[in-house]
Design a protein around this ligand. Sequence first.
Ligand code: ADP
Ligand code: MG
Length: 710
Amino acid sequence: MPDNSRKKPSLSDSLQYIKGVGPKRALLLEKLDLNTVEDCLYFLPFRYEDRTEVRKISALVPGERVTFTGEIVHAGTARLGHRKKIFEVVIKDETGMIRAKWFQFREPYMMEKFPIGARFVFSGKPEFNRYQGTGLEVTHPDTERITGDELDMQELGRIIPVYHTTEGLHLNSLRTILKNVIDGYADLENEILPEEVVRRHQFPSRPEAIRMVHTPSSDLPVKDLDRFRTAAQKRIIFEELFLIQLGLAFKRKHTHHLVQGKVFKTRGPLIAKFMKLLEFELTGAQKRILAEIMDDLEQGQPMNRLIQGDVGSGKTVVALISLLTAIENQSQAALMVPTEILAEQHFLNIEPYCRKLGISIELVTSALSPKDKKSIQQKIMEGKVEIVVGTHALIQKTVQFHNLGLAVIDEQHRFGVLQREAIGKKGTHPHILIMTATPIPRSLALTLYGEMDVSLLDEFPPGRQPIVTKLFYENKREQAYAVLRKEANKGRQAYVVCPLIEESETLDLKTAMEVQDYLQNQLFPDLTIRLIHGKMKKEERQQIMSEFKEGNIHILVATTVIEVGIDVKNATLMIIEHAERFGLSQLHQLRGRVGRGEHASQCLLIGYPPFSEDGKARLEAIVKSNDGFMIAEEDLKIRGPGDFMGTRQSGMPILRVANLVRDIKILEAARKEAFSLIDHDPRLEDPKHQTLKQTMHHYLGNKLDLLNII
Ligand code: ADP
Ligand code: MG
């Protein structure tokens, strides 16, 4: 209950004023990210327990999950066979007895928890003990101590919420605190959703929804509650996603529709000349996407487009034609990439075309000498450079463009949102094209890039063969090397990727140097094997890359610097050391370095068991599928959305209640409503939308500063 001596209760009240919370508990609640009253209202139970029916012990049936109460008559450790110990508790009510047992336990804790004579509520699934013939028993039940008569009255005969809690804060206490908050404050929540939205989706009111999720009525199916599918839960999830989508819709309107952009003429003579130089025919998907881009460029609003195309689908040529279109319209163009090695590769690929077309191009990375840097910066500022290829170095203050008309950001998933935005500020509303090879599951794309237009490059250039992926345990590595020998004999080249460059004592990793040494001296003395890594001098690295491209190096041992972008068609074998340590999309990217030409290619993973559960799931997924989208979905499932792209860096909003894997349908509905609302009221000026507007500012301001929305 709110403390009446204070001023009017408000949702931003600190929890210290809640009955049952002192300074010590407040600290514990903080650990759960519960700082204000409002935080508590939206701290949803992660599951529910059905106590609508409490059985007598004599009426328990094997295999059926139930709740019963009783008194502890025995508690202690017992032996199971020679070595294994279990903890046993015997519970009794007026009709009979049943045994509960635990395989994982700390004895002193358990002894203290289950004193003889104490009364408890148990929930679990009783089974017959086939081996000991001792009747019904229940393994690892949920337990809750009954103190006084309170629980009998409050919690039996109902569905009760189960919350995540933290050490030192008992679930019962947390439940009581939350109940006090909800009783005192739920009614302060005003309606924020437009009336029509509430009606269309048949949502309960906000205070009602909050009450219903924390104290569900006993006639709701627990299954629906556990799957977050009741009307109240849906409403609360919807609200959160709606606010984010509203922000995205708002941003799109205000950086795109309501802004003047350069009008480009497309498909001019320069492009025609380039198409003649190009040694291949564009794929249907490339043509389709270029048409979409050209259409954007003619509109007079800044382009804001994301291209998703799996590794090897041919994004570079799409980027290049876009850059050339800007040049043809007397603007400068920039191509920004995440690593120096990729910037260098792009530069080397693009430069010959530029030479033939009479276009000036420069490379800007932090590897430039101060003198070169200065002179290039000067030329960029004076407009004497037409295409600039570079890394983050491009968005430093010292780089100023004369007239930036279009920027392409390649391998965007390796950048943060801020960097993506920074390049846009280098000119007056330049056209922005973003490319990513990490296929993003749809739900994430709608959240992370929700304000952009999205194109899918969903076709590979002709003649590609699927890459065969196999896992070898460390002790079978010789088999992988035998494949390497075969490929080398055929004149093909290989990459061997290692997770670390220097010997590390804490992580027992095969280092790239050791691997190079071993391959060169023990196995392949006749082959040219070179090492490449991020700490190398630029000249040396470029030298190695161009020799590898020319086929003078047979095996390139590398750290993950080659993860993105590198394109050598004759390389047909990728061996990944310690594959279990890599992330799933990273494995997919690395694998994408091979299979880029007409030759059949393989990716061999060397794993060091035992694998963690996640590690095992990742390896299985990568062996099973070549499809980047499937892999991304798997990755999202294994890691969870929060961690998917490194939350803070990626600008992924921190979701309080929604789950992008579980709630995709609600997300789509919320997006539709939000975008349609902004179409009708672009500035949210309607008096009816004022509470919503304030809430959006409040919510996005706190949670989404990185999304940089308003
Ligand atoms: P990514 O999408 O991974 O950036 P790239 O643009 O590097 O892919 O293209 C991969 C390879 O396919 C390159 O060698 C490129 O020259 C080639 N390529 C791209 N488009 C076509 C095409 N339409 N026909 C044949 N080869 C193509
Ligand atoms: Mg690429």
